[in-house]
Every structure is written in structure tokens, then in C-alpha cells.
Design a protein around this ligand. Sequence first.
Ligand SMILES: [Zn+2]
Length: 202
Amino acid sequence: MGQSLKVYRELLEEAEMLSGEIEELKKNPEVQDYVRNTTRLFMIRDILANAESILYAEEMRECSHIWVTSEVSSRELDGGRTDVHVYETCLKCGLDTKSVDRVRSGYFYPFDSTMASVLRTTGKIGIDSGVECSYPLAKSIYDRIVLENPGIIDDQAILYLRQALYNIRRHLDSETVNYNRARRLSLAPDFINWNKSDIYTK
Ligand SMILES: [Zn+2]
């Protein structure tokens, strides 16, 4: 105990001495510059770390969204009632209404809290495409349409998308066709959501 008390007192003394020296150093203009610049640098680094999320939030707020129904999930509740959740995702910016539920559950992806916050402030505005479809499929077709038709207006792009999905749905008969189509659309060659229930327009 005696030895511990001795070490404690020595450290206390050293701490007081260091504190006094630091106060003296702070009177030096160069040290003041150092402290000011270091504080500013840490602040800027914090802002930069959040910049990606801030820029994405900006992009989502400025987007005139085109919504597709990307997921419909339902589960049986007690008493024979069914709990149905309909989730929608924007074809342009990726804003996903499911982000709100994911944040609430505590298991969420990196940008989910940014998306949930955008949805809270702006609400779900934009055009409903009337399409219910696996998101990667709808997104890859939409991107292709926009690439091949520069300057296309949203309503026209939606018409093309609906037609493309209609055509796919009518010709779901061969693994080879599906495989080749997936490759053309830059989907994984083993893309699995080709069943008709995943590709239809409301
Ligand atoms: Zn959008």
C-alpha cells in the first residue's frame, strides 16, 4: 500500500507539473496556431467521413423518383389476419422504403439510416411505375433504357420498362434464354428471379 501511495503521489505531482507547462506553452502564438489548426483539421476530417452519406442524401432529395414495388412480404398473424408489407425502391437513386424497417430492426446496411432520414423529411414523392419486380432486374433494364435513349423522359422510360418486362414474362421458357438475358443485362448469370410472379406490372 505504501509503495502504491508513493507512485500515486509522484504521478499526481507530474500531472500538475505537465498541466502548468501546457498552460505556459498555450501563451506562445505558434502553439496557439497549432491547437487551432489541429482542432479545425479534426473537424474537417469528421465532415469528410460523413461526406459520402451527405452527398447521397442530397442526391436522393433532389431525385424525381420512379418507384417500383421491389418486395411484398406477408405473414400470418394470430386470428387469421395477415400482415402485409409492401416495399418500394427508386430506379434512379436507389432510395428504398424498406430502409425504415431495417433501421427500426437494428440490422441495417450502411446507407439505410440516411435513406430513412430522407424518407422522413421528404415523404415518398415521385412517379409510381406500376411495376412489381425484382429490383436488380428492373434497375438493369431501366439503366439500359436510359443509356440507349439519352434524354428520355420518365414516362417514356416507364413505358419501355413495362414493355420489356411484359416481353420477358411471355418468354420464360428456357434456361439458356434466361442465362443469356441475365448476361446481357449485366445480372449474375445465375439470376434466379425469373418466375412470372416476380415480373409483372400492376
Ligand atoms: Zn430517386
